[in-house]
Structures are given as C-alpha cells and as structure tokens.
Design a binder for this molecule. Structure first.
Ligand code: SF4
Length: 351
C-alpha cells in the first residue's frame, strides 16, 4: 500500500479524478493531513463513509516510529524506524530565529566521502518522498513547534534520489502543505554535476549548497570519490550555470580537516577558485568521531583560513557547531547507533 505522504497535492488530485471523485475532496484530505495534522481517515469527518473506506483500503497513513531521541540545549537528534525495518536519522536545530531540520534522503550513502561517518554504510535504498516529509511531521509533533527551515543534508546524497527529493520539496513548500518557504529550503550535494544543471532548470527559489571541501582536484579526489567522476572544473562550471540561470547565491561547504585542507595555501587556492562567483563559503569545523582518522582543525588554523578568504573578499562564515555532544553534527548522522540497529535487524532476519 502506498503512503499518502508520497503524494503532492496535484498527484493526489489526479488520483481522486481518476477514481471519479471531485478535486475539492483531494484538497480536503490534504488539508486534514497538513493543516489539521489528522492522521486517521476515520477522523476526516467531512468525507463520506464510503470515501473514507476507499482511502483506508488504498493508502497507508501511518507515521514513522521514533526509536530514540537525544536532546541537548540546541539540538535534538531523532532515530526513526521505517516500515521495512531500516533506520534513518534527522536533526532539529534550535535557533533564536526559528527551528531548522536536517533530513536524510537515503538509507545509507554510496558517495563514500572519506571524512563522513554517515557514509560508512553503503546505500540500502532511496527514501520515498513521504519518508522525508514524515521526518518533519514527526519532529514538529514531538517538539510542538513549527519548523521554519529545512536542509537536505543528512544521510544520503539528495541528487542521487533526485525525483523523490523534488517531490518532497513540492509537498513541504506547498502553502497548503507544510508551508515552508522555498528560500528556507536548501539542498546540499557532494557534486553530482548533471543534477546541478537539472536543479537549475526547476524554476524554484530553493537554495543550493555544494560540498567542495578541497580547492584542487588532487586533494578533493583523495577525500571525495565524486571528484573522480566530476572534477572541480566541471563542478564550478555547473555552479556558474546555476547562478546565471537562477540569480541565486550558492553556499560552498568547506569542512576543515587538520593538516589536510586547512593550510594557508589551501585557503588562497580556494579564494582564487571562487573569486568573482556569487557564493558564500561556510567553513565547518570537523567533528572528530571514534571511527575516522581525521582531526579537527585548531582554532588558529580556522581563523587563519577565514582571514585569508576575507582578505580576498570572499563571503565567508564559520558554522556554529551544533550537537557535537550528541553526534548530531555534519557527517555524524548514521553513526554507531543506526549501524547497531541495522546489524540487529539483519541478524534477526537471518535467524
Ligand atoms: S558527506 Fe554526504 S555525500 Fe558524502 S558520504 Fe556522507 S552522506 Fe554521503
């Protein structure tokens, strides 16, 4: 049975029309779910009993199960169980100006970035649109607060699950859906160049973030496999095309790894690479994990890197560190916790 959360408004309308129901009935169902947050067809009292029965036998309307929640002052990390027994994570970040959620787009990830805890488990499958949507619904329900912005930056490469992520965006951006403004939605890619071109042609006002993490091909290929398929020249060309077409500024994510990519030479090379582009650089202090050999840059190196970019007139910020104490920071999702659960499930299935 397909989840009702996989449907954006238009596809739900199309389905209703195909079974001889009126368009406004589909809109009523959409409103029950996203405006009234009613997750039971029996409670949709302005629908006929007949239609409610039809919906019950056609759609799954179940939510995700919160298996575990870890809380700190500025962050909540959620572990969700999917209906097939796989586990995914999402993170709520509490800001003074609102709440943002970092969602996962795949179970596991095939991109194999060397520094990434999240990518240690190979991709099991893509998430369906409704599985991404429900991460937000579950967090809003648990936190009893609205989410004002969303980043698709959790487990998975969103552009490796392009169509489902785009449908997810349509659902959360719909004023009659979760109603998150396009400018408050950011998709982050490790650099799947053909999809950057496709994204530029979508005609939507959402944001693009690109994980660059190195200023030259030699270094980038060492830490990001994707660079072997789409090198920095191709990536920067695609970013330029995106900026030209959308007139939107692109965020360049740069994870600072001690003695790997945090030297003065790297900073200058990065400044030269990005000069004249409408981008801003987000420097991310690395969060050390127990499994991966990289180390966090020193404060001096971080500030030196920042100063060199500034001196070269590159817009740059240093990302505030969220949730390092609960392994919720960038590249730390799908850490040992999820691995343990999936291992447990695998063993249970093998028995
Ligand atoms: S950083 Fe992102 S793209 Fe790279 S392995 Fe991790 S989850 Fe995948």
């Amino acid at each position: 049975m397909q989840s009702i959360f996989d449907y954006d408004k238009q596809s739900l309308i199309d389905y209703f029309l195909s079974i001889g129901e009126k368009k406004f009935k589909a809109e009523q169902v959409y409103s029950w779910i996203y405006e009234k947050r009613v997750f039971n067809f029996d409670d949709m009292t302005n629908l006929s009993l007949d239609l409610r029965d039809k919906l019950k036998s056609t759609f799954d309307i179940s939510l995700l199960e919160i298996v575990r929640k870890q809380e700190s002052d500025d962050t909540n990390k959620y572990l969700f169980k999917l209906s097939d027994g796989n586990f995914i994570e999402a993170v709520l970040m509490k800001h003074d100006y609102g709440n943002s959620v970092c969602v996962s787009s795949q179970v596991g990830c095939n991109m194999g970035c060397a520094f990434c805890e999240s990518g240690r488990l190979k991709k099991v499958r893509d998430l369906l649109p409704g599985e991404i949507v429900r991460q937000i619904l579950m967090i809003e329900d648990d936190y009893k607060n609205r989410i004002s912005s969303v980043v698709v930056m959790g487990i998975g490469e969103p552009f490796d699950n392009y169509d489902n992520v785009m449908r997810f965006i349509r659902i959360i951006n719909d004023p009659k859906g979760i109603a998150i403004g396009a400018r408050h939605i950011t998709v982050s890619t490790s650099g799947l160049v053909p999809k950057i071109y496709e994204y530029a042609d979508e005609g939507i006002q959402t944001n693009l973030a690109v994980s660059l993490h190195a200023p030259n091909n030699e270094l980038r290929s060492k830490i990001m496999n994707v660079n072997k398929a789409y090198n920095i020249d191709l990536l920067i060309k695609a970013v330029k095309d995106y900026i030209d077409k959308t007139n939107r500024r692109v965020t360049i994510e740069y994870l600072l790894l001690k003695d790997v990519n945090d030297t003065s030479e790297c900073a200058q090379e990065l400044a030269d690479l990005l000069k004249g582009l409408n981008v801003y650089v987000n420097l991310i202090p690395y969060n050390e994990t127990s499994h991966i050999e990289f180390k966090k840059s020193t404060k001096e190196n971080i500030m030196n890197f920042y100063d060199i970019l500034k001196k070269n007139k590159i817009n740059v910020t240093i990302r505030r560190e969220f949730g390092g104490d609960i392994d919720a920071a960038c590249g730390q999702l799908r850490a040992s916790e999820v691995e343990r659960w999936n291992h447990f499930i695998l063993q249970t299935q093998e028995r």
